[in-house]
Design a protein around this ligand. Structure first.
Ligand code: MEV
Length: 326
């Protein structure tokens, strides 16, 4: 057996933003997603005894991970087994810039960062397929029956168009895209939102299928808009997508309020992003200056935290309702 290991190793992953197509992607329809430059980092160190974890959501032994953390527990155990190592002798410290339960992919990013860290610690190479199969274990417990878009986006460097039966393909815009992401401060529940759509689809199949088809049409047009760099059209499509998501009953009055605020300032478009029923909105702007204007207005109007960034540079900013930071 190969006994190589490092005294310390690291793994990281960024969060994700769904640009268009959340929820319909569960029904094998396309969606577009991109990285948000907020990181989760796992630092792995040798530590005698049971595997232990420290993080902002759980601190304790691996065996104590229960409830919604059961998937992550299974994922970590499986990663050890696949590396042919006994599940012992490590401490995993997780630090996160991503708020939890806000539709920004924190569960997929945490699992990805940890798996990468464990494989690095044992100096094993990690294929994309192996990473996805491990992260899927964590995601299945966190989300029920995830489409896979979160784990695909958190491990890739750029925007993707994703469909369950096809997988992820890169989607490259000819220009920089500027985004604002605002947190309502309300914890969303993706599993609950996905189940809600499933239930109303069973009760009103014709009406809900027609909304799903409308959103699919939005995604197809948004793909063309991204490829052409047509920001005006893309903005319109984001707002239309939000209107359709409201009909799927996954929005929330605070999400709707922040979307309207963004639209009434200088955003080109805005919508909820991710599972909804809380969580975050995203807005598209023409440049970083406008992103700053929209962000400040969103904070004034009740957003808990706002981030804005460009897809073309490492520049990113954060504003908080508690204190404003550059
Ligand atoms: C969650 O980020 C996106 C949803 O479409 C669920 C999924 O695709 O697994 C709501």
């Amino acid at each position: 057996m190969n006994m190589r290991k490092r005294p310390e190793a690291k793994g990281e992953a960024h969060g994700k933003l769904i640009l268009v197509g959340e929820h319909i992607v569960v029904y094998n329809k396309p969606a577009i997603a991109l990285p948000i430059p907020l990181m989760i980092r796992a630092s792995i160190k040798e530590h005698p005894g049971e595997v232990s974890i420290s993080s902002n959501i759980y601190t304790g032994n691996l065996n104590g991970m229960q409830g919604r953390l059961l998937g992550l527990y299974k994922c970590i155990n499986e990663a050890f087994w696949r590396c042919n190592k006994p599940v012992e002798g490590l401490h995993i410290d997780i630090t996160s810039e991503l708020p939890d339960g806000r539709g920004l992919g924190s569960s997929a990013a945490a699992a990805t960062a940890i798996v990468r860290g464990i494989y690095d610690f044992f100096q094993r190479s990690l294929s994309e397929e192996e990473l996805y199969s491990l992260v899927e274990l964590a995601e299945t417990y966190a989300h029920g029956k995830p489409s896979g878009i979160d784990m695909m986006t958190v491990s890739r460097d750029g925007p993707i168009i994703f469909q369950k039966s096809i997988g992820a393909l890169p989607l490259i815009a000819p220009c920089a895209l500027y985004f604002v992401v605002a947190d309502t401060g309300i914890v969303g529940d993706t599993k609950k939102a996905v189940n809600h759509v499933k239930n109303i689809k069973a009760q009103r199949p014709f009406a809900i299928d027609s909304i799903i088809n409308q959103i699919e049409d939005i995604v197809i047009k948004a793909k063309e808009a991204v490829l052409r760099g047509d920001l005006i059209l893309l903005g319109d499509l984001l707002y239309k997508n939000h209107e359709e998501l409201k009909k799927l009953e996954v929005s929330h009055p605070k999400l709707d309020h922040l979307v309207e605020i963004a639209m009434n300032t200088v955003a080109l478009g805005a919508k909820l992003t991710g599972g909804g029923m809380g969580g975050c909105i995203m807005a598209l702007t023409k440049d970083m200056n406008d992103a700053g204007i929209v962000s400040r207005e969103l904070i004034r109007e009740g957003a808990k935290e706002v981030w804005y960034f460009s897809t073309a540079s490492k520049e990113r900013y954060r504003l908080s309702s508690e204190l404003n930071e550059g």
